[in-house]
Every structure is written in structure tokens, then in C-alpha cells.
Design a binder for this molecule. Structure first.
Ligand code: MOS
Length: 741
């Protein structure tokens, strides 16, 4: 490695200037000759069948190219599922295995029943309002109570069942000196990224080209091939820029419908979902009802941790909010009883929304720990530090890297926790009640199999890395360019990182906060292959003669012996002597064995100070600090943006966000940003973030995922601060002012 490390440097995002200058082409901005524009019509019942569907008026409207319904849609296979029961398939996208628009059946209120193609978007939007449907409705399950009464099922993700039992937790709870036993509720949330879901689709014979807003491009190509019965190599998905992903930018019905309509019309199609369409057709976070009970000795040590409850999903997709994860690994306890069960409602297929499971689960767990601290009369930070586990408390695996105590101590010091008044409602500033709260953030490490990279090194000493990865604004391409340059011993400017195209190597999910680890492992593997080839062609005349790939490193524009750095030769010299202009290698990342051998956890200590208006119940968050332990930080600037963004979503979850259903018919009521409340600038205070920056010895480049973690702890930190300010414990999110008056 070079002496001045690029790793950690706060380099500005490579895609920033393009976005600021308007040069970045998003999915709805690819110009194609002969384009037609699509709009959707939606079912107005939650379950049943379409009895009549009158499209005549829409077809006759100005500019309409065609109307597609189940009566004329081309035959299409079912959507493969990414995380479904039975056959979990890593290569599929989306959260639903329904065949799209193949019959008259209605599965949720808001399901697309017709696609209108027109010469302009406005013409399509207007004509879509002229579709007339009548239905034969069947009874639908639209409330949690009905869903629970119908019976719940075991929940699992990737074969990991959401159920853990260690010892007799109920008995330990009953015998505990101090205990709390409470129920928390979290609501449905819909994805409302700045960029609504959009796709531009064109068929070239049997070849399907899809310019998409997408965080799982290769999965999407695979799934579209299955649905249309064509070869995977005949589907080409690009997604160079994405305006916010958060788990929602996967394969949903709209890409399938756009491709089907394009086939039917023989024309390119742009489907740019309206906010209503996003809120009706894209899955989000489903509601949870969670019991958390903790029993402790008088000293505060946990004797029992019980975290059980229900989350909602559909009968078809099971991307459930598996909320027990944080309780499986974050605190030591004498006994555990953890279980997340599924209840089924007739709703849009649910999906992943930043820190799925972990966010609602951490909210409940960390509020419960705060409640226990109050019951014990202990400082909540000291209570958490006291109960830190030596190893994973429920499966016994050693932690790979675990610095929660350092994070708590550093955060408490910087935030000024010592100044907090522990008595609820004791600090008043005029009509404002002031409070401080804290909570831990939790997120487990993931690295999905399938990473691979192609690496090209030129005689000019430039390197290009190509991976079917994603840049949805997180800074991935920038941080990973730093990794490539650092490892090869090149300048940052000599490296380019090519991504966002399904024809590139690798199967890299842009989710689970795992891209950085997956790409790092792929880059390391490709570099090893490159080094091996370089040493081969270097030959006996090279100062590196006789060395193996494991005995050298990239340094100063070439390779150097690890033991004797003066044995160095530049890439240019090696290639020139061999008469080569460039070397191209491709390599696959090794399987993620680290996930089997170690319990790999990120955490953060979150602190919040806020004020609650004693008259109106209005909450104003004054400051937030996150003290993170997330392995090595590759880029201080992009990492802190990720941390801050997660905090902002956590504030939204605490105080505002909720997708509201009409429980009589399962219809989403708030389908626009006028009614879907998320934090705006005025709602977001100064957010301070610090980190331990301790590399994990077991992970590629020492990294952990960090994109999703701060949302998890920010929400309970706010809830706990509200309790400290007011003495009111609101246990259902969002904590709107009516609940505080
Ligand atoms: Mo994240 S919900 O895994 O994009």
C-alpha cells in the first residue's frame, strides 16, 4: 500500500457533478425514438375478480396507442421471488410471485388492472381515468385483528427462521427482581424516494433492454427473462443513476407491464410511476406488533429477554419485518424467547425498506431497555454497557469485532450525556419540555454470494473495474474507487469504476448494506488474479522474479515485494517488456465464509435532544449524535452522509411516517407526498456522527455495512427522549402530537 492512504479520505462523490449539472440520465430520461408513455389504472377492491372492464372510452381518447388488460396482455410466467418460501432464489428480484395481468383476479386494492399507452404522458394519464371496471368482490383481510384471528405462520428469511429459545424465559421473567413487559406497534410505511420508480423499455427482436431505477439489476434481468421465457443474456438492464433506493427499487409489476405493453405495441415504453402508483404498487414496510419483556436482577443484569409478536405480509410474498434480529445478538441474558410470526392480509406485496426488521425491532428493543432502566433507576447507558455480551448471546459464535462500549463512552462524552436530568418532565424552557434520550443502533453484516469483477490494467497505468453493482447515491463507486486505487498503488484519478449494467460481471445485490463488502471481496479477488498474471509475464528479468501473488502488493504504480519493498517494478515496465497494452482478468469473490464463522455486527450509540411543546404536543428535535462502530470507514464523507440519511429516516419513523389504510377496504389513503409526511429541512437538526473506525479483521477491507444502521437507533432515541422530556411513553409509531397532548 502507498504511504498516504486513500482509505477513509473524504473524497467527494464522483457522480455529484453529473447530477448537479443535470448530465446524469435517470431511468425516465433515456431518449428513444418512437417512445410511448404509460399510465396505470388500479383496482378499487382488495380481493375478488374483475367482472367487467370497459376500455372503449380510454382507447378512443386523444393520443392513445393501446390499452392493455388481462384480456390482451401477452402470456407471462410468474415473478420469481427473491426471498420466498420453498425455493429461496438469490437471483430473482421483487417480493411477489404472482403472474402479472394474466387473469381477472384481484389480490389487493390498488393492483394494476390496465395499462394505457399514449403519445404523451398527459394523454396516458387522462385516458387511464376513463377505464371502467366492475368487480365481484370477496371478503378481504384488511385488519391485523382479522389476520391474527385467521392464524399466524412461522417467518423466515434465507432459511433463517425467526424463532430463538434459550432456557425458560417466561419463568426467568416471573422470577426476576425487576421487569417490564410491554407492547410496541409500528405502522406500514411506503417507499417515497425522491425519484419515483421509473423504467424505459425497448424490445429489439427478442432482446429486451430496460433502463431502470434499480438496485438489483442482475436479479431483475434474470427475473424478466423467466417471465418472458427468453434467455437471461437477452435481457439487458441498466441503472446508472438512481434517485433513492432504500430497498424499494427492485422488480415490481411496472417493469413487467411496461415490457409487456412495449411488446404489444411494438414501440418503446416509458413508465414513470406517479406518486399514487408508487404508493399503490410498490411494497414497503409492513406493520408490526411486538411484545418485549425484560427481567433483570437488582444489579441490572438481564435474566430474561422476550421479544415476540407479529408482522404482516401477503400470502404470496414473505419479505417480512423479521424484527427479532437485534434481540438475537445485542445483549446477554439468562434466557431468551424470541419469535416473529406472520399474519396475512390482502395488501400489495410487501418489501424491504431500509433496515427491514432491524428498524422496527430495534425500536421496540431499545425502548424496552430504556423502560427497564427507569424501572431499575439506572442510567440507560450503564445498563446497556453492563449487559454487553462476550459473544453472540443466542448462537455462541465469537464476535469478529465488537466495540460497543467504546462507541457508548465516546458518544456520551461528545454529546454531554452527563448533563441530562434523569427525572422525566423536569426540564422546562417556557412552554417547551426538554429531554435527552439514547438508544443503540443494530445491524448484522451480510455478504451475498455471487460477487465478481473484471479488472483491466493498461500500460499507461490506468485501472478499470467493472461490476454489475449499483450506485444509488450512497457513494459506493467513489469509496470503491479508493479501494481499487489504494490496493493497486495507483492515484485515485487513474482508476475508473464501471457499474449499473446487468451485462457486467457479478451478481451484486444493492441492499442489505452489503454492496461494499461484496465489491471489496470481488476487487481483492480480481487484483489477485491480475497480480498472478503480471508476475507471470514479468519473467526472470524483473526485480519481482520468483515472487508469488501473495508476496507482493500494489505500490507506487506497480508491484512491490512485501518483505523487501525496494524489489519493485511499475505496471508500465512489466507490460512494456511483455509487449502488452493491457491485461484483463475476471475473478469471483470467495463465498462469504466469514458469515458462517463469526457473528459480525455493526452498532451505534444514538443520542437525541429534543423539546416537546406542553401546549400543542409538537416535537422539535434539537440535535442528534451517532457514535458508530461499523468497521473500517472507506470514505468519511460518503459514510457520514449515509449515517445522517439514516438518522433522518429514523426521525421520520419516530414522528411522522405512516401509510394509512382504509381498514374497510384495504385502500391506501395517503398516496401523495402531501399526505405522506417525511422530515424536511426544518425538521432536521444538526446531526453529528463519529465512529470507531476499527477494521474488522474478518471482513473484506475490514468493512461492515453502514447504509442502513442509523435508522434503527434514531427512532428509539427520539422515543426515549420524548419520555425523558414529558414522562409519556408512547408505544405506537409515529409519535404524532395528538398522542402527546
Ligand atoms: Mo436495503 S432495505 O437492504 O436497500
Amino acid at each position: 500500500m502507498t504511504d498516504i492512504s486513500l482509505i477513509g479520505q473524504p473524497i467527494s462523490r464522483l457522480d455529484g457533478p453529473l447530477k448537479v449539472e443535470g448530465q446524469a440520465s435517470f431511468a425516465a430520461e433515456f431518449p428513444i425514438d418512437g417512445m410511448s408513455y404509460a399510465a396505470l389504472a388500479f383496482s378499487t377492491i382488495a380481493k375478488g375478480r374483475i367482472a367487467t372492464l370497459d376500455v372503449g372510452e380510454a382507447e378512443a381518447a386523444p393520443g392513445v396507442v393501446l390499452v392493455m388488460t388481462h384480456q390482451n396482455a401477452p402470456p407471462m410466467g410468474p415473478m420469481p421471488m427473491m426471498l420466498g418460501p420453498g425455493e429461496p432464489d438469490w437471483r430473482a428480484g421483487g417480493g411477489d410471485n404472482l403472474a402479472v395481468m394474466q387473469d381477472d383476479q384481484v389480490h389487493w386494492n390498488g393492483q394494476p388492472i390496465a395499462v394505457v399507452l399514449a403519445e404523451t404522458q398527459e394523454q396516458a394519464n387522462y385516458a387511464s381515468t376513463l377505464i371502467r371496471a366492475s368487480y365481484e368482490a370477496q371478503p378481504a383481510v384488511t385488519t391485523l385483528d382479522e389476520a391474527k384471528a385467521n392464524g399466524t405462520a412461522e417467518s423466515s428469511v434465507f432459511g433463517h427462521v425467526h424463532k430463538v429459545a434459550v432456557g425458560d424465559a417466561e419463568a426467568a421473567l416471573a422470577a426476576a427482581a425487576v421487569s417490564i413487559d410491554v407492547t410496541y406497534r409500528t405502522p406500514f410505511q411506503t417507499h417515497n424516494a425522491i425519484e419515483p420508480h421509473a423504467t424505459t423499455v425497448v424490445w429489439d427482436g427478442d432482446e429486451l433492454v430496460v433502463h431502470d431505477a434499480n438496485q438489483v439489476i442482475t436479479h431483475t434481468a434474470y427475473s424478466l427473462a423467466k417471465i418472458f421465457g427468453i434467455e437471461e443474456r437477452s435481457v439487458h438492464v441498466t441503472s446508472p443513476f438512481v434517485g433513492g433506493a432504500f430497498g424499494g427499487k427492485a422488480l415490481w409489476q411496472h417493469q413487467v407491464l411496461a415490457a409487456a405493453a412495449a411488446k404489444l405495441a411494438g414501440r418503446p415504453v416509458r413508465m414513470n410511476l406517479s406518486r399514487e402508483a408508487v404508493n399503490r404498487t410498490i411494497g414497503g414496510r409492513t406493520l408490526t406488533e411486538q411484545r418485549v419483556a425484560i427481567g433483570a436482577g437488582a444489579d441490572g443484569r438481564f435474566d430474561a429477554l422476550i421479544h415476540t409478536g407479529t408482522t404482516v405480509t401477503t400470502q404470496r410474498g414473505q419479505l417480512a419485518e423479521g424484527f427479532i434480529g437485534p434481540s438475537e445478538r445485542s445483549y446477554a441474558a439468562g434466557a431468551f424467547d424470541l419469535e416473529c410470526r406472520l399474519a396475512f392480509q390482502d395488501i400489495a406485496p410487501n418489501s424491504q425498506l431500509r433496515a427491514p426488521g432491524n428498524a422496527p425491532g430495534t425500536y421496540a428493543l431499545e425502548c424496552a431497555v430504556d423502560e427497564l432502566a427507569v424501572a431499575l433507576g439506572m442510567d440507560p447507558i450503564e445498563l446497556r454497557i453492563l449487559n454487553q455480551p462476550e459473544r453472540n448471546p443466542t448462537d455462541g459464535r465469537p464476535f469478529s469485532s465488537h466495540h460497543a462500549v467504546e462507541a457508548w463512552r465516546a458518544g456520551a462524552e461528545r454529546f454531554g450525556w452527563a448533563k441530562r436530568n434523569a427525572t422525566p418532565g423536569a426540564v422546562r424552557d417556557g412552554e417547551w419540555l426538554v429531554g435527552m434520550g439514547c438508544a443503540a443502533s443494530h445491524l448484522g453484516y451480510v455478504r451475498v454470494p455471487g460477487g465478481a469483477a473484471r479488472m483491466t490494467l493498461t500500460r499507461e497505468g490506468r485501472a478499470r473495474v467493472e461490476i454489475a453493482a449499483h450506485e444509488f447515491g450512497a457513494g459506493t463507486a467513489t469509496a470503491l474507487s479508493q479501494v481499487v486505487a489504494e490496493r493497486l498503488g495507483l492515484a485515485f484519478e487513474q482508476v475508473s469504476f464501471v457499474y449499473g449494467d446487468s451485462t457486467l460481471p457479478g451478481l451484486v445485490m444493492g441492499g442489505g448494506s452489503q454492496q461494499t463488502a461484496s465489491i471489496s471481496a470481488s476487487v481483492i479477488a480480481a487484483q489477485h488474479a491480475l497480480t498472478t498474471e503480471l508476475l507471470q509475464i514479468a519473467g526472470d528479468a524483473s526485480p519481482l522474479a520468483g515472487l508469488t501473488a501473495d508476496e507482493v502488493e500494489g505500490r507506487d504504480g506497480g508491484l512491490a515485494s512485501l518483505d523487501a519493498p525496494e524489489r519493485h517494478e511499475s505496471y508500465a515496465a512489466i507490460l512494456a517488456r511483455a509487449g502488452r497494452d493491457e491485461i484483463v482478468v475476471e475473478a469471483a469473490a470467495p463465498p462469504p465464509q466469514e458469515m458462517m464463522d463469526w457473528s459480525i455486527q455493526s452498532m451505534g450509540a444514538m443520542f437525541c435532544e429534543l423539546r416537546v411543546n406542553a401546549v400543542t404536543g409538537e416535537v422539535r428535535v434539537d440535535r442528534v449524535l451517532g457514535s458508530m462502530d461499523c468497521g473500517r470507514i472507506l470514505n468519511a464523507r460518503t459514510a457520514s452522509s449515509q449515517f445522517r440519511g439514516g438518522v433522518i429516516m429514523g426521525l421520520g419513523a419516530a414522528l411522522m411516517e405512516e401509510t394509512q389504510f382504509d381498514e374497510r377496504n384495504g385502500r391506501v389513503l395517503n398516496v401523495s407526498l402531501a399526505e405522506q409526511h417525511v422530515p424536511v429541512h426544518m425538521d432536521v437538526p444538526e446531526i453529528d456522527v463519529i465512529w470507531t473506525d476499527i477494521p474488522d479483521p474478518q471482513t473484506p477491507m475490514g468493512v461492515h455495512g453502514l447504509g442502513e444502521i442509523t435508522i434503527t437507533g434514531a427512532t428509539p432515541a427520539v422515543a426515549n427522549a420524548i419520555f425523558n422530556a414529558t414522562g409519556k411513553r408512547v408505544r405506537d409509531l409515529p409519535i404524532t402530537l395528538d398522542k402527546l397532548m
